[in-house]
Design a protein around this ligand. Structure first.
Ligand code: SF4
Length: 599
């Protein structure tokens, strides 16, 4: 098929075998690739109720037809059963690895089993080899990538750090300073004793209409450069001031939505004091990844990419921390050790909240005092979590599970949906965005619907309220499922103004298919429904907001921010299920499954 290599690599690490097989054409027609192919394969291959860290849990890396074909096309997707949530984890990642993986000759890589000793995979021009990784085990992601690139000229490297090796439940997979960040995919890779995947090659894919693809792609890049100059200059950190001004910036473990010291840790502060150069994913004109340096002081560092908005929130405002250099260092440590900055920062905010509330003391944390803004303590705990050392062993489980040690009052202060810590959007002042975090198919996640764009950037829900726009949420959920399956960058394509007609044209130019917009929408809904079916099979928790949002007003002396009426939330959820053709418990009805070709 045009747009695909036609080959999938199957690796059984228990047996030490690698097998090349044809990619399932029928599956690609149903779900395109990337995230869609990931959930289809996970549903088929993972035993019901499998322990996410057991050898039987497959780790699936997949590209899409767009990977490597134009601007915003550097992405790949990782799917597995999440050790953090127990749901399908689908994490997409930019950088350079995705296109190089495809050029090595494969659409997808399915890894099952577990090796007896540390190993890494080398893929080149349709061939695969497993190699010993004893010498790499224990290294950070930066050193691992550098060493493997030195050993494999011209290759790209995706790898885990010590956090993944030690099965930290929010460990990441890294490449080129970019993370497949959420859900703990790095821990699943660590459970398989697989340190890295090295890829290189020159295998091309056939494109049905190169001229048209090039036209769409270059027009998108040009438009994005015109409308997103601030994003190109500052990256996602540009959003920090916006959300602070809207009073929707999580502050002090979601006690408030406004951080008075915001100007000390915003995009301008980063640019003024620490900026070195731009960096971006392969072929992207926006280059949103700013590289920073701290020249001296306790947090001196040579180079770190980011932090992004979410990291400024999680280690900054949400911890009451206005020391920007400590945030830069926390970002570097997490990237190098291979841990998700959103979950890690939220854990610290929660610990500070627990100490402030008198639920725990420093004695509960190996003598570590965690007061608001106490960045020295945060930075001391990060390596302990990655190494599962002392209290780090408990915190490596994520805040939901760690709360069990300190009882119901500690659990009540965790801000999570389906056991995954929240991204940077305060729901009490953005009900629709909060609602979308509760219904997200991988636990709290802003990238499943990006509803903050509609609600906060554009203000679409102001006049009639979110409930009058339920169709918008469904449409966004399906649209972004397609973006994750064709595989394009959500930031890039939003700035390029990509809509359903553009994605449909893009797909057809790549593959030669003659899909209509409605066909693509149906595929998006199919992917979303497959994820729901998988999560139901694995005992998905209720779609629900954190209990504090129904019980506490925001305490930031800004207008609004009253607690959410739970009846309003439950009524909205009923509308959402109805709009989806799901029953009252959120299970897809038989008719809906028939419509989507899933029954
Ligand atoms: S906008 Fe940023 S994340 Fe997206 S492709 Fe460009 S550099 Fe990568």
């Amino acid at each position: 098929m045009n747009g695909y290599t036609g080959h999938t690599l199957w690796v059984d690490l228990t047996r030490g075998t690698t097998t090349v097989a044809a990619t399932d054409d029928q599956a690609l027609k149903m779900v395109l690739g990337g995230r869609g192919l990931g959930i289809a394969l996970l549903t088929k291959l993972a035993p019901v109720g499998v322990d996410p860290l057991a050898p039987e849990n497959p780790l699936i890396l997949a590209t899409g037809p767009y990977t490597g074909s134009g601007v915003f096309s550097a992405f790949f997707n990782v799917t597995t059963k999440s050790p953090l949530t127990g749901l399908a984890a689908a994490s997409h990642c930019g950088g350079k690895w995705g296109p190089a993986f495809k050029r090595s000759g494969f659409d997808a890589l399915v890894i099952t089993g577990a090796a007896a000793r540390p190993c890494y995979l080398v893929l080149e021009n349709g061939r695969a080899a497993l190699k010993d990784a004893d010498h790499l085990w224990g290294l950070g992601t930066l050193a691992t990538e550098a060493k493997l690139k030195a050993d494999h000229d011209g290759a790209e490297v995706a790898c885990i750090g010590p956090a993944g090796e030690n099965l930290v439940k929010f460990a990441t997979l890294m490449n080129s300073h970019r993370a497949a960040g959420r859900g703990g995919v790095g821990a699943v890779m660590g459970s398989k004793k697989l340190k890295a995947i090295v890829v290189k090659g020159r295998i091309g894919t056939d494109i049905f209409n190169k001229e048209k693809l090039k036209a769409i792609s270059s027009q998108g890049g040009k438009k994005a450069m015109e409308v997103a100059q601030a994003f190109a200059k500052f990256g996602s950190s540009i959003a920090f001031d916006f959300f602070n001004a809207k009073h929707t910036l999580p502050t002090r473990n979601f006690r408030g939505g406004h951080f008075p010291d915001g100007s000390l840790i915003n995009a301008q502060a980063l640019k003024d004091k620490y900026f070195v150069k731009d960096r971006g994913c392969l072929t992207c004109p926006l280059k949103c990844g700013n590289v920073h340096q701290v020249k001296d002081g306790p947090y001196k560092l040579e180079e770190v990419e980011g932090p992004e908005y979410e990291t400024l929130m999680s280690f900054g405002s949400n911890c009451g921390n206005s020391n920007l250099e400590s945030i830069l260092m926390a970002n570097l440590l997490c990237n190098d050790l291979g841990m998700d900055t959103i979950t890690c920062g939220n854990i610290f905010a929660w610990l500070m909240d627990l100490q402030e509330s008198g639920i725990i003391t420093a004695d509960d944390l190996d003598g570590t005092a965690m007061k608001w803004g106490q960045h020295e303590s945060m930075l001391a705990l990060i390596p302990k979590i990655a190494a599962r050392q002392g209290i780090g062993n408990l915190l490596a489980e994520g805040s939901y599970r760690a709360a069990a040690r300190w009882g119901p009052s500690a659990l009540a202060r965790v801000i999570h949906a389906k056991k995954q810590e929240y991204p940077g959007y305060e729901s009490r002042r953005s009900f629709g965005t909060g609602f979308s975090l509760a219904t997200s198919s991988r636990g709290a996640c802003h990238l499943r619907a990006q509803l903050y764009v509609n609600e906060l950037f554009v203000g679409e829900f102001q006049e009639k309220g979110f409930e009058a726009h339920m169709d918008t949420l469904l449409d966004k959920e399906h649209f972004l499922a397609i973006a994750d399956s064709l595989l394009t960058c959500k930031f890039g394509m939003r700035n390029a103004g990509y809509t359903w007609p553009v994605l449909t044209d893009l797909h057809n130019a790549l593959t030669g298919a003659d899909l209509k917009i409605e066909d693509l929408k149906r595929i998006g809904e199919r992917i979303w429904t497959l994820e729901r079916l998988y999560n139901l099979r694995e005992g998905v928790e209720e779609d629900m907001l954190p209990s504090r949002f129904f019980a506490e007003d925001l305490a930031d002396e800004q207008p609004g921010g009253d607690r959410i009426d739970k009846d309003r939330f439950v009524a909205a959820r009923r509308m959402y299920y109805q709009a989806r053709g799901w029953d009252l418990l959120g299970r897809p009805e038989a008719q809906k499954l028939l419509e989507l070709g899933l029954a």
